[in-house]
Ligand binder design. Structure first.
Ligand code: PMP
Ligand code: GLN
Length: 407
C-alpha cells in the first residue's frame, strides 16, 4: 500500500500512502490530499472540457422540494434544528423506508439526520471504531471510506471486486476478517463500479458478519438508481442483520440536490445513539430549511421515484452507446449514475495518465478508478464516466470521444 501522490494544478490527490509528507497534516491523514472529484472538476474548469467526472446532476431536482426549502426559509425556520433532525423529517424518513423497503424504524431513536451521507459515514466510523479495530470494505471504495477509517484510527482491510461483474472471492472475504474486525463497510449500489450486490452475495456477507459478530455500515445512497432486472436489497432486511446494521442515505442523491448536504442513518437505537454522540461534536445539527424540504420530497409519490430511475436508465444507455461507438469496452452499470470503461480497448493502460490527458486529447473529464484501490494495479485500466448530465452534454461528450483519433 504505497504510491506517490499525483499532482495537478494546486491539487494533490492520492488515497494511498504518499512518498512525501504534507506539511502540518497529521500522520493519520497523510496521503489523502484533495479528493479526485475536486481535482477533476478543477481540471474541467481550467480546460473547458465536458465534466463527466464528479458525480452531481446538472439539473435541479423536483420543484415542489426546492419550493419547500424557500418556504421554510421565509417561514423563519432558520435556527438550529434538533440534534437528531427535525421530527417532521424523521417521520418522513421512517415513511420512506417502510414504503420503499418494508423496513420499520422508530423516528424517535432509530433515525439520525446528518450533514450528507458523508457525515453519517464519518460519524459512524468515529463512534464505532478506533485504534486496534479493523474495518473490512470492498475495493474500489468510495474515497471518504478510507479517510473516515483513518480519522477513527482503525485499520482498513480490503477485498477486491474483479471482472466485468465486479465479483468478490468468498475465500478472500472470509480471510479479511480477523479477531480485530469490528465493522464491515458496504456500499450497494456501488460507487464507482455500478455493481448492485445480489442476494447470494449479501447472504454470504451476512453469514460471516453474524458468525464473527461484526457490525455493518451500509451506504445505500444510490438505492433508487437500479436498472433492468437488478434489485436493491437492503442488507438490514436479511435475517439477523437489522440488529447489527446502520443504513445510510443521502437526499443529495435521491433528489438531485447534492449541495444541500442532508443525509441520514437508520438502525437500532443503541447504534444510532453512539453515532449521534459523534455527530453532535462534528456539526451538532444539519441545515434546517433543507430538512423541511427533504421531508416534503420523501412523501412524493412513486411516480417521482420511478420517473427518476427511468430518466437515469435512459441516460445510462445514451452514454454507454456513445462510449461504445468511440471504441471503449464499456461495463453497463447495474446501478448508480456511473459507467466504467476498460481503457485497454483504446490502447491506453494507466487510468490516471489517461484521465489527465483526456481533457486535452478529447475535451472530456472522467475519473480514474484506480485511485479508489489500495491495490492500484487491480484498477489501473478502469475509468469512470458520470451520466447524471443533460442529454446534450452526454451527446457532446460522446461526439468528442468519437472524433478523437488517439487517446
Ligand atoms: N457515498 C457514496 C457512495 C457517494 O457516492 C457519495 C457521493 N454523493 C456519498 C456517500 C456522499 O453523499 P453526500 O453528498 O450526501 O454526503
Ligand atoms: N459522490 C460523488 C462522486 O462519486 C462526488 C462527491 C464529492 O465530490 N465528494 O462523484
Amino acid at each position: 500500500m504505497s504510491s506517490a501522490p499525483r499532482t495537478h494544478s494546486s491539487y494533490t490527490f492520492a488515497v494511498t500512502t504518499p512518498a512525501e509528507k504534507a506539511p502540518y497534516l497529521t500522520d493519520r491523514l497523510q496521503g489523502f490530499g484533495t479528493t479526485i472529484f475536486t481535482a477533476m472538476s478543477a481540471l474541467a474548469m481550467e480546460t473547458g472540457a465536458v465534466n463527466l467526472g464528479q458525480g452531481f446532476p446538472d439539473t435541479d431536482g423536483p420543484i415542489e422540494v426546492s419550493q419547500a426549502a424557500v418556504a421554510a426559509i421565509n417561514a423563519g425556520h432558520n435556527q438550529y434544528p434538533p440534534l437528531a433532525g427535525l421530527p417532521v423529517l424523521r417521520e418522513a424518513i421512517a415513511h420512506h423506508r417502510q414504503h420503499h423497503r418494508g423496513q420499520i424504524f422508530d423516528p424517535d431513536g432509530e433515525i439520525l439526520v446528518t450533514t450528507g451521507a458523508t457525515e453519517a459515514l464519518a460519524a459512524s466510523l468515529l463512534a464505532l471504531t478506533g485504534p486496534g479495530d479493523e474495518v473490512v470494505t470492498f475495493e474500489p471504495y468510495y474515497d471518504s471510506y478510507a479517510a473516515g477509517i483513518a480519522m477513527s484510527g482503525a485499520t482498513r482491510r480490503v477485498v477486491t471486486l474483479r471482472g466485468s461483474d465486479f465479483a468478490f472471492d468468498p475465500d478472500e472475504l472470509e480471510a479479511a476478517f480477523t479477531p480485530q474486525t469490528k465493522l464491515l463497510l458496504l456500499n450497494t449500489p456501488h460507487n464507482p463500479t455500478g455493481k448492485v450486490f445480489n442476494r447470494t452475495e449479501l447472504e454470504l456477507i451476512s453469514r460471516i458478519c453474524i458468525e464473527r459478530d461484526v457490525l455493518v455500515v451500509v451506504d445505500e445512497v444510490y438505492e433508487h438508481l437500479v436498472y433492468e432486472d437488478h434489485d436493491h436489497i437492503p442488507i438490514a432486511t436479511l435475517p439477523g442483520m437489522a440488529e447489527r446494521t446502520i443504513t445510510i442515505s443521502s437526499a443529495g442523491k435521491i433528489f438531485s440536490f447534492t449541495g444541500w448536504k442532508i443525509g441520514w442513518a437508520c438502525g437500532p437505537a443503541e447504534l444510532i445513539a453512539a453515532v449521534r454522540t459523534a455527530k453532535q461534536f462534528l456539526t451538532f445539527a444539519s441545515g434546517g430549511p433543507w430538512q423541511h424540504a427533504v421531508a416534503t420530497g420523501l412523501h412524493l409519490g412513486d411516480d417521482f421515484f420511478d420517473g427518476y430511475t427511468a430518466e437515469m436508465a435512459a441516460k445510462r444507455e445514451r452514454l454507454c452507446a456513445g462510449l461504445e461507438a468511440a471504441g471503449f469496452d464499456t461495463i453497463r452499470p447495474q446501478g448508480t449514475y456511473f459507467a466504467t470503461v476498460d481503457i485497454r480497448s483504446v490502447g491506453a493502460t494507466d487510468g490516471i495518465e489517461f484521465c489527465m490527458a483526456l481533457p486535452h486529447t478529447a475535451g472530456v473529464v472522467a475519473v480514474p478508478t484506480q485511485v479508489f484501490y489500495d491495490n492500484e494495479d487491480e484498477g489501473r485500466h478502469l475509468v469512470r464516466f458520470a451520466f447524471c448530465k443533460k442529454d446534450e452534454v452526454l451527446d457532446e461528450a460522446a461526439r468528442r470521444l468519437l472524433a478523437t483519433e488517439a487517446f
